[in-house]
Design a protein around this ligand. Structure first.
Ligand code: RB5
Length: 143
């Protein structure tokens, strides 16, 4: 599976470590984020990742910024994106089971790397439940 990943300056370390971890597990990773800690603007990397997911160039996406909120806000402006902000394993499961999140967003300044791994594994291994959750997802777009 091909996964796109992006980050701002607050998420460089976790992006780099998570890419290494997932590549070690056989995932093909595409890096849309910055590779330095120089201050930058998260929308500049969020939008290219979102577009790649929408076009099917990558199957799923992962994003880091300090709180996760800026990334989630920018990503969710795209009609084809359901980006879930996640800071616990249980939420990681639920954003796939209930929301079919195609981008996982994590707050680099508020979670440990061990939690990042656990959340990512949970999100990747769960499946969407459909049914009433699909009905709700269908109602998300603005009319
Ligand atoms: C950067 O300082 C910080 O504002 C950014 O990483 C993110 O938390 C924004 O939502």
């Amino acid at each position: 599976m091909k996964i796109g990943i992006c980050n701002d300056h607050a998420g460089v370390e976790y992006k780099t470590r998570l890419m290494e971890y997932l590549e070690g597990k056989g995932y093909e990773m595409v890096n849309f984020g910055t590779d330095t800690t120089a201050s930058m603007d998260y929308p500049d990397v969020a939008h290219p990742l979102a577009t790649a997911v929408e076009k099917g160039e990558v199957e799923l996406g992962i994003a880091f910024c300090g709180t996760g909120n800026g990334m989630a806000m920018a990503l969710n402006k795209h009609a084809g994106i359901r980006a879930g902000l996640c800071w616990s394993v249980e939420i990681g499961k639920l954003i796939k089971q209930h929301n079919n999140a195609n981008v996982l967003v994590m707050p680099a300044r508020f979670v440990t790397f061990e939690t990042v791994i656990e959340i990512t594994e949970a999100w990747l291994s769960e499946t969407f439940e459909g049914g009433r959750h699909q009905t709700r997802i269908d109602k998300i777009p603005c009319k």
